[in-house]
Structure formats: C-alpha cells, structure tokens
Ligand binder design. Sequence first.
Ligand SMILES: Nc1nc2c(ncn2[C@@H]2O[C@H](COP(=O)(O)OP(=O)(O)OP(=O)(O)O)[C@@H](O)[C@H]2O)c(=O)[nH]1
Ligand SMILES: [Mg+2]
Length: 288
Amino acid sequence: MTIDLEAKIEAIEEEIRKTPYHKGTEHYIGRLKAKLAKLKRQKETSSAQGKGKGFALKKFGDATVVLVGPPSVGKSSLLNNLTGTHARVESWPFTTLEVIPGVLKYKGAQIQILDLPGIIGGAAEGKGRGKEILSVARIADLLILLVDVKTKNQLAAINKELKLLKIELPTLLVINKVDLLMKKTPKAQGKEILISVQNKIGLDELKKAIWQELNLIRVYLKQKDKEPDFNEPLIMKKGAQVADVAQKIFPEKKEFKQILLWGPSALFPGQQVSLNHQLKDEDVLSFS
Ligand SMILES: Nc1nc2c(ncn2[C@@H]2O[C@H](COP(=O)(O)OP(=O)(O)OP(=O)(O)O)[C@@H](O)[C@H]2O)c(=O)[nH]1
Ligand SMILES: [Mg+2]
C-alpha cells in the first residue's frame, strides 16, 4: 500500500518536473499538484495506520465521521460495510480495542470513518477508558451515534456522556439490527435511521444522510474546449466561492483572465463569474 503510494507520488512529481509551465499546461499542473497533496495526505494516514495502536489519529480526506455507541451494536460491521475495511467483528462485547480507520468513497469524496471501542455509561468519568475513547470524537465533522434494537435505551446515557465532555457535534442517530425485530421493518421515528448491516437494509439511505449532514458539494473542472472531468470532482464545503476552488488548484495565482461557469448556480451555461461567486453542488468551472 505504502510502496504503491510512494510510486504514485514519485510519478506525479516527475510529471510536474517535466511538464513545462505555460498557459496551456497551467491547468493540468494545478490538477497534478492537487492530486499530489491528496496522495501525500494519504501516505501520512497509512503510516499512522501502520503503527495501528493508540488513540491519536489524524484527519484524512474530505471529512471525518466517527462511530460512537455501546459495545456489540455493530460499529465495526458498519465500518467494514461502508469502507471495505476488515475490522474484527465478534459476537461478544469489547471486541474493538483501538480506533480503526476506513475510507468511504461517495460521490467522488473520500470520507474518513473511525470505528471506536464500545462505550458504556460513566464513560465521561473514565469508565472503560471512556473518556479517552470519546475524546477521539472531537475531531469528527459528524458523529454517528449507533445503537441496536436492544440497546436503544442507552442513548440517553451516551448523550449525557458526550455532553459532559462538551462534545456537541452534528449527529446522526442510527439503529442497527432491525432484522431482529420481525417481518416488517418499523417506521423510523423522527430523524433516526434504521439499518441492518447484516441484511443490508437502509445502508444507501445512511450514506445519503451522511453526505447531506456533511454539507459538501462537488465542483467539476473543465479545460477550454474540452469536456468537464466528471470523474474527479473537487470536494468543497457548502457555501464555497469560486475563490476557494481557485485557492485549492492554483494556490499561487491571484488573478484570472476569465472564469466560466456551467451548472446549477449558473444563470446560463458558460456564464462569466467573479471570484466571490457562491457555488452549488455539481457546478462546472473553467479557469483561464
Ligand atoms: N442480527 C444482526 N447482527 C448484527 C448486525 N450487524 C452486526 N451484527 C452482529 O453483532 C455482533 C457485534 O458486531 P460488531 O461489529 O463486532 O460490533 P461492535 O459495535 O463493533 O462491537 P465492539 O467492538 O465490541 O464495541 C457480531 O456478532 C455481528 O455479526 C445486524 O445488522 N444484524
Ligand atoms: Mg467493534
């Protein structure tokens, strides 16, 4: 994995070195640099993963989601399903003893998901290393509070622990193992999301909800007289302006001859916009 990353990084650095810098290649080099930065970040996380132990984990990707919940509710099962990680899953509690990272790829975004050991009431006072475990949640952009159909009654206790530690973040309430209930899946009450990792129920809905709560948008780039690059969107925060995109792909450049816009926030296709134009999901930009 690391060797593979290393090779990719070298190849891109080489490509940047040998591409002459001028108007026609500027855009291409900008993309290469953005890709390089992404790979370097990835390398950092994978070496952190290599050490594996301990609760210190760096943020990675476009956003970070942390799974919090009592033991044995299926946190690791969910991590594995969403990210293709192979975290250990067992029928007994306290299987997971450290933070396990994975990456969910969704709509072109890389969403880091962190699986935590299960927490129990009294966590904030340090029970079951609870304080240490919950403090990881601080780095999250979004918490998934996961319980199962049998531990729903522990929600209040966990919320209390989070509050005691002053961890107040956007949260999705997710209830797993609805397959255990009966023939019919019950209707969700309020904002909770009902899933069964085992029977693959509700997982698409969960991914959608994660995307929505993270408030991210996709912006595609287009070179002059070419089709936009729909495979690799830039992932931006909702409310981002053209200037934020420019900063990401052309960090050194302050002025542009022309910036053209297509898509949901354009009044008409190919509208000329300024740096303070606010973007929408799936806009297409062309800088020259
Ligand atoms: N019936 C049912 N069982 C599930 C489901 N998801 C997970 N399980 C089972 O629940 C048990 C615990 O799963 P884990 O993923 O290890 O749970 P965890 O929350 O990571 O547990 P800890 O790491 O101990 O906190 C395993 O036996 C899983 O196979 C589900 O949707 N339905
Ligand atoms: Mg686990």
